[in-house]
Design a protein around this ligand. Sequence first.
Ligand code: PRP
Ligand code: URA
Length: 211
Amino acid sequence: MGMGKVVVMDHPLIKHKITILRKKETSCKDFREIIGEVASLMCYEATRDLELEPIDIETPICECTGYQLSGKKLAVVPILRAGLGMVEGILAMIPAARVGHIGLYRDEKTFEPVEYFCKLPKDVSVRQVFVVDPMLATGGSAVAAIDKLKEHGCKNVRFLCTIAAPEGIEVLQKAHPDVDIYVGVIDEKLNENAYIVPGLGDAGDRIFGTK
Ligand code: PRP
Ligand code: URA
């Protein structure tokens, strides 16, 4: 099987906003707002090829044929906690989407993801699923979340993240070659604590003001 696509965002608004996210002096309030804006813009790019079906409608002037998204409503699945910061921004673009939640934290010593919560929308297996998390570092969390979705029968999964390390992309592509990855920017590397360099620090802490 071929590898999934890796689509790196080239939109100037996204680059501008990610730079604000990186700055250490950006406040919790601004960080939260801007991570949502980036999610909206990324969602726009990641939905370019969604399937449409024709629909006959009437305007105040006459009958005509328009288009609507085909199939079941899309599902957005944030990886808790930091993925929550992207949900509103995605729903601003796709207000009828369903939302599932997968709770994972990285063990501080092993960096391995530990699952603590999973609640998915009805019929998730037949929906287009967007898994969202601001950070793809070792790739452990993304792989575990998508493993879980596949256990539930999901076949149509995309992964959206704001900043990725090359290591994480490689790990995710190997584990889930069918999953397309939409990434704001690919950074240089991971440091000894498995943080992305230059990155933006701990996304969950910056969104929620913990630590
Ligand atoms: C962060 C981030 C990802 C994960 C990425 O979450 O939001 O989920 O780390 O790292 P990985 O690619 O090496 O798995 P964290 O575990 O810090 O939990 P939090 O979102 O609750 O803060
Ligand atoms: N999780 C984060 O929030 N930031 C990183 O740099 C790596 C993992």
